[in-house]
Design a protein around this ligand. Structure first.
Ligand code: UD1
Length: 418
């Protein structure tokens, strides 16, 4: 896992290039299984979750070559449709492969997925959607066995706009005759990126980004070259860091288009934001104005993935903020670590009351999940003295070159492997 040692208090100045999106790259990599030719993916982030997805794809027979941030994925000779339990357990997003393998092989065997410990994260909506398309699914000793010989198109309604369930059903129905619709679908920009990618391979998918996604079955898909979208969660993380530390940073390749809700909150909290054709420039004097409230919601609402870094930012605001985490029931674990640093945070169920303090004090803290880990790093950048953030492997799951980028901007941060 390793640790970061951060000597807080430095302003952040300079420019960084924003990485490709984790949440777009993972389902798009899974979708490569649908194609019997070679797919070239560009702007793929060099992060641990992408490495796990590469291992999973290789384990079922995909040939993968890596060239910088480009991947060449050839799934023409798939050797299996059983995904090893230890790989599935490393990452929840591996469940997206279920839809792709069902479409390609009409059968698969999976164990229940792992991932960040931020809530129950059941997969009931994925399974119901696949059953409604005719898949016969049995659950046996922790395994999910899928027989999809009779897969057909259908009208699926999701009780909640689950990102993963929307993606899984999109992939499963790519080759079924007729049109499948998914109503109350997730509208996240990464779903739109998945649609663009599928259509670049010859699929007929419409409506992503709206309430209903339509998938008209095609016979086969062809190879293509595709550029993954930039990571909106990572760009807003750097924006929060600048607001907490003070500074002036150009985030190249970032766009405000997909972070409207966090953008307005950041303006409210005092960040100056300029939009350029090739990126976003942010500056701050390091004083954080309080934000009334944050309620995490499905897109276009405030993203749950940004709740931890915003909570961290609000620990040094000039008043009291109320945060309501409606998406994941267990996403405040990192706050106990912030409290060790002197933050004033009270949790009551899904509500956090965060009262700003003058300063945070440096101490040893433990990352327990990806975004909670990033929140601790931001607190360390702002705190007086040496903060040690342990178990930063969680952060490597989603942030490419995190400490190098922050160090390039002037932060005093060092990675020490175990
Ligand atoms: C994706 C993102 C994750 C983000 C989340 C919400 C990826 C790889 N991950 O995760 O970063 O935090 O969207 O924006 O894209 N749920 C059920 N049953 C289901 C499926 C989901 O109850 O079958 C619940 C979950 O427990 C959670 C909520 O629905 O409380 C949202 O989950 P979902 O949108 O599916 O998130 P993920 O796809 O896992």
């Amino acid at each position: 896992m390793g640790k970061y040692i951060i000597n807080g208090g430095n302003r952040l100045e300079g420019e960084i290039s924003l990485q490709g999106s984790k949440n777009a790259a993972l389902p798009i990599m899974a979708a490569c299984v649908l194609c019997e030719g070679t797919v070239v993916l560009n702007n793929v982030p060099d992060i641990a979750d992408v490495s796990i997805m590469k291992q999973i794809l290789s384990s079922i027979g995909c040939m993968i070559t890596t060239d910088g941030n480009s991947l060449y994925i050839d799934a023409s000779e798939l050797s299996g449709s059983t995904v090893s339990e230890c790989l599935v357990n490393k990452m929840r997003s591996s469940i997206i492969l279920m839809g792709a393998l069902i479409a390609r092989n009409r059968q698969t065997k999976f164990s229940y997925p792992g991932g960040c410990d931020i809530g129950l994260r059941p997969i009931d909506m994925h399974l119901k959607g696949l059953r409604d398309l005719g898949a016969k699914i049995t659950e046996d000793h922790g395994y999910i066995l899928v027989d999809a010989k009779d897969l057909h198109s259908g009208n699926i309604h999701l009780n909640y706009p689950s990102v993963g369930a929307t993606e899984n059903i999109m992939l499963a129905s790519i080759f079924t005759k007729g049109v499948t619709s998914i109503s109350n679908a997730a509208k996240e920009p990464e779903i739109v990126d998945l649609q663009y990618f599928l259509n670049a391979m010859g699929a007929r998918v419409y409506g992503a980004g709206t309430n209903t996604v339509y998938i008209e079955g095609v016979d086969r898909l062809n190879g293509c070259s595709y550029d993954i979208m930039s990571d909106r969660i990572v760009s807003a993380t750097y924006m929060c860091a600048v607001n907490m530390c003070g500074g002036d940073v150009l985030i190249k390749n970032a766009s405000l288009e997909h972070i409207k809700s966090p953008y307005y909150k950041l303006i409210e909290s005092g960040l100056t934001v300029q939009n350029y054709s090739d990126g976003i420039r942010v500056s701050s004097d390091g004083k954080v104005n309080c934000i009334d409230s944050i309620i995490s919601m499905p897109y276009p609402g405030f993203p749950t993935d940004l709740q931890p870094v915003f909570t961290s930012m609000l620990t040094v605001s000039n008043s009291t903020a109320i945060i309501n985490e409606t998406v994941f029931e267990n996403r405040y674990r990192f706050t106990s670590q912030l409290v060790r640093m002197g933050a004033n945070i009270k949790i009551e169920g899904r509500i956090a009351v965060v009262t700003g303090v003058q300063s945070l004090s440096a101490t040893r803290v433990y990352a327990e999940d990806l975004r909670g880990g990033a929140a601790l790093v931001l607190a360390g950048l702002r705190a007086n003295g040496n903060t040690i953030v342990e178990d930063v492997g969680h952060i490597f799951r989603g942030y490419e070159n995190f400490h190098q980028n922050l160090a390039d901007l002037g932060a005093d941060i060092r990675y020490v492997p175990d």
